[in-house]
Design a protein around this ligand. Structure first.
Ligand code: KG4
Ligand code: ZN
Length: 341
């Protein structure tokens, strides 16, 4: 089964071709991502109108490159998958409409893919991971602990009650005068920092629920920065290290609790555990996730950073997983800005 996947929900224009064999093993035949970061950097965040226009300009070329690199034509495809939500609706319309056009012209099935479901299923593209497994989804828009029961069956065990973790990284970076997107900048600065100089809060760490909160942490960063302004490079590095340390502590505690719950709900079942979303490419957090998995006797399946951030391969794979179960969508499927799992 060969599926083309199209991703346009935010500021990446991406297309990829993925193969899924009869045993359910995946191979990425091509994976092309064009990041619009430069177009948005001056604004310190993604501007929806600019994003939608940039998708229109780039998408045909990106799809052409993905098809050429995979060495396939539209007639070789088993299906065409595109992100249909959640995300910025202008961008979603560009990708979904293009997928519909290719599906209509080639007579192949359309798969309107949920972006979060695609992140949640990506670990199965790169490694053997049987259902059910636990997924930590951490991006600019989402922070969720998910039980992945099966394709199409997701249970949310925890989420953020305010800011997403990637958003907290981005806002912290902005407060400290670092470039957008902030996650990688904060991680880089933190390497030179002393995490103990500033004492930042660990929101909700002692609550039994698996929910997160990061708005208060961002406020604490603002106050810490104000207290030592004007900021030197060392001040910035120390605040970044303290921020990342606080985040790491919260993540360690909540994911340890989630893995415990998993082992209680599925006694004797091997604990599969994976993470995705841009924040999952953070080295400090990956080390924490590896550590909590080991302590719980779980296997942490670390995705390569390129598959953590938004890409077309994850959309193609989610489409292939659905197609292999006989599912497809009608050509009048509408894009959904909001589409919870
Ligand atoms: O999954 P993603 O590419 O896009 C969506 O939000 O769907 O995630 C982007 C987010 C941004 O907030 C970015 O700052 C964050 O992931 N991020 C990181 C790192 N790399 C990207 N956060 C922390 N550390 C990183 N190394
Ligand atoms: Zn994403």
């Amino acid at each position: 089964m060969i599926v083309l996947g199209i991703e346009t929900s935010c500021d990446e224009t991406a297309a990829a071709v993925v193969h899924r064999d009869a045993e359910g093993r995946g191979t990425i035949l091509s994976d092309v991502v064009w990041s619009q970061i430069e177009a948005h950097a001056a604004f310190g965040g993604v501007v929806p109108e600019i994003a939608a226009r940039a998708h229109v300009e780039a998408l045909d070329r990106i799809i052409g490159t993905a098809m050429a690199e995979a060495g396939v034509g539209f007639r070789d495809l088993s299906g065409i998958a595109a992100t249909a939500g959640p995300g910025l609706v202008g961008g979603l319309l560009v990708g979904l409409t293009t997928a519909k056009a290719i599906a209509a012209a080639s007579g192949k099935p359309l798969l309107a893919v949920n972006h979060l479901a695609a992140h949640a299923l990506t670990p199965r593209l790169v490694g053997e991971l049987a259902f059910p497994y636990l997924m930590f989804l951490v991006s600019g828009g989402h922070t969720q602990i998910l039980l992945v029961r099966d394709v199409g069956h997701y249970e949310r065990w925890g989420t953020t009650i305010d800011d997403a973790l990637g958003e907290a990284f981005d806002k912290t970076a902005k407060l400290l005068g670092l470039a957008y997107p902030g996650g990688p900048e904060v991680e880089k600065a933190a390497r030179q920092g002393d995490a103990k100089r500033f004492d930042l809060p660990r929101p909700l760490i002692d609550r039994p629920s698996l929910d997160f909160s990061f708005a208060g942490l961002k406020t604490a960063v603002r106050l810490a920065a104000k207290g030592v302004a004007p900021l030197t490079d060392q001040d910035v590095a120390d605040i970044c290290a303290a921020f990342q340390g606080a985040v790491a502590d919260v993540v360690r505690k909540k994911l340890t609790a989630a893995l415990k719950r998993f082992s209680e709900e599925f006694p004797g079942w091997p604990i599969g555990f994976a993470a995705a979303g841009g924040v999952a490419s953070n080295g400090v957090l990956r080390a924490v996730l590896t550590e909590v998995a080991e302590a719980a006797g779980a296997r942490f399946l670390a995705l390569p950073p390129k598959l953590c951030t938004d890409n077309g391969a994850m959309i193609a794979w989610a489409g292939a997983e659905r197609l292999s179960r006989g599912e497809s969508d009608s050509l009048d499927f509408a894009a959904r800005a909001r589409w919870p799992l």
